[in-house]
Design a protein around this ligand. Structure first.
Ligand SMILES: CSC[C@@H](O)[C@@H](O)C(=O)COP(=O)(O)O
Length: 386
């Protein structure tokens, strides 16, 4: 495909992005400060959440979003409730139910709640806060390790380098305590001179690809090119895609992957064209309590996001006549048979089997400590450092 479609690489971003999420304790009381992702890329504006309902609203409006970051936000939400003297048990329920598909949200809330409940009455708030900070730090570490494992996998799959990678939705620093999941792998490839092109699906209806991934790619000087989601087929047919790299919102025990709607069609295309389809996610995204893809609850969002797509992210005009109905699932589910590999901070699983997923989870539990059910097992090959 002609290079005139490529955004020119221009070196690392000129200035650091504001922190995606931070905790502050001014004299007026603790707050969770978020980079408002609904305002990107036009402006970097922070949203200050002084209470749990405000944080829940920010989660539901996608001001803060992306599975790993939702987990971190949920954990800080518990700390916020404790610091502000709210009913912490009730706050935890509100936070956990704010969005249904990304398992990390509930994981982060439960982890902070476990610390809160285990502490003595005077230490509960600080115990929840420490748990949130620990999860934040661990997610950054996991991100760096995923980038390393993912890059090694790409080199194995495509020894010649010059990777042309297609990605969907947004998986960079905006979803993570670190540099992200799938995007961190592409960034790693760029830094060692192996990324020839990052193809970025715009990701309808909320344009996380166009608004957020392109924004992050530009800041890092990646050679990226945007495409409408429905242009992906012709891109594969033209032989322009070497690998698909995506994130995940929930990985079921059988290796089924829920991710932003539009991921499953990419997996089908990849299979047909013999292109690796690689999922990059921390082990906190694996849910042993969800046995298979059919059991994953897929969030259904408002029809307005489809009929008035620009309006949903800050101004524009309707594209559909008044009263038009819309089918608007936020995620779809890709079966394990279509997934070439799952890259986690604990290593790479390929092929994707129930036993292999279980083994990854056991490794993740050993690293992070106590994360719920699941037994260790074997099956599938997990490579990489433990
Ligand atoms: C790394 S998070 C998983 C992503 O791949 C993707 O599905 C995503 O960005 C989450 O969707 P969102 O609805 O924007 O919260």
């Amino acid at each position: 495909m002609a290079d005139q479609y490529a955004h020119e690489a221009s070196g690392e971003g000129s200035r650091p992005m504001l922190p995606v999420l931070r905790w502050e304790e001014p004299p007026e009381g603790a707050v969770v400060v978020l980079l408002d992702q609904t305002r990107l890329p036009a402006e970097e504006v922070e949203l200050v959440c002084t209470d749990v309902p405000a944080l829940v609203a920010a989660i539901q409006s996608l001001a803060v979003r992306g599975a790993p970051l939702l987990g971190i936000a949920g954990a800080y939400g518990v700390a916020l409730a404790a610091a502000r003297g709210y009913d912490v048990e009730e706050a935890a329920g509100l936070l956990e139910r704010a969005r249904p598909t990304a398992v990390n949200l509930g994981y982060g809330v439960r982890r902070a709640m476990a610390a809160y409940r285990a502490a003595g009455p005077a230490e509960r708030g600080s115990a929840a806060l420490m748990a949130a900070k620990e999860l934040h730090r661990q997610d950054a570490e996991a991100s760096a390790r995923m980038a390393g494992h993912g890059l090694a996998l790409l080199d194995e799959l495509m020894p010649g380098g010059g990777h042309r990678i297609l990605t969907h939705c947004n998986t960079g620093a905006l979803v993570s305590g670190g540099e992200g999941t799938a995007f961190a792998v592409a960034l790693g490839a760029h830094r060692v001179g192996r990324l020839r092109r990052l193809w970025v699906d715009e990701t309808r209806p909320l344009f996380q690809g166009a608004r957020l991934t392109a924004y992050e790619a530009a800041r890092h000087g990646l050679p990226y090119t945007l495409l409408t989601d429905n242009a992906a087929g012709s891109l594969f047919a033209a032989g322009e895609v070497d690998a698909v790299l995506i994130g995940a919102d929930r990985i079921a025990a059988d290796g089924s992957v829920a991710n932003k709607v539009g991921s499953y069609p990419l997996a089908v295309l990849a299979k047909y064209h013999g292109v690796p389809f690689v999922v990059v996610a921390p082990t906190t995204t694996i849910d042993p309590g969800t046995p298979d893809g059919a059991s994953i609850v897929v969030e259904q969002r408002s029809a307005d996001e489809v009929t008035d797509p620009a309006g949903a992210v800050g101004g524009g005009r309707r594209t559909a006549p008044p009263g038009a109905r819309a089918y608007n699932p936020a995620f779809d589910v890709t079966p394990p048979a279509l997934v070439t590999a799952i890259v986690t901070e604990e290593g790479v699983l390929s092929p994707v089997t129930r036993e292999g997923v279980d083994g990854l989870l056991a490794r993740g539990r050993r690293t992070a400590g106590g994360r719920g059910a699941g037994t260790s097992g074997s099956g599938g090959s997990v490579t990489g450092s433990v």
